[in-house]
Design a protein around this ligand. Sequence first.
Ligand code: GTP
Ligand code: MG
Length: 195
Amino acid sequence: MKNLNAEFILGASKVSQFPLIDKPEVAFTGRSNVGKSSLLNSIVLRKNLAKISATPGKTQQINFFNIENKWIFSDLPGFGYADVPKTLKESWIKLIFEYFKIRENLRLVCLLVDSRHDPTKIDMSLMEWFENNNKKFIVILTKCDKITDNLIAERKLQVENLLQFCKNSLEVLPYSSKINMGRNELLAIIKRICN
Ligand code: GTP
Ligand code: MG
């Protein structure tokens, strides 16, 4: 597997700070602790690229990365982190949805869902929002190294059934950042959508 060139561009806590770069963009979203930063690191095969904010779960920013000078990847703040004041949580949610709405080069949203659990209410409402707002998305089932192949297959089928009538849902992809499972498949999808 080949390393990808990757560099941190900036972290934005408001829309006016979003970088103006004319390249296809892929966003990574999902609830806090689901494995977004780990997944970004596993795609580029680097240990610490996405360890930008010191305290996990308290990322207040959207972190933008330049990948291979071809694509932008954006790491969004996690949904649902318990230890954050309500007003702050609301401001992140507002920022994330503004991001989804105005980011013209956004080609693909990767929604990360923990493979060990049923999709949460937040996961489901995000899927519905992407479908209704015409955003192409894939669901990535994270931490698959922690469950058996049978359970992975069951979860994949469950989510595929949920999404069977969604025209903007492209794929349900089992993933493990720990053992790099799904990494090549994800890269192939990104190349297909972004090139
Ligand atoms: P926030 O920044 O809080 O939104 O979290 P995040 O979604 O970026 O999650 P992060 O990548 O920080 O991972 C959270 C925890 O899950 C860490 O302890 C990781 O080591 C663990 N983890 C992430 N991906 C995997 C995986 O594929 N397998 C296993 N076993 N653990 C994982
Ligand atoms: Mg993170």
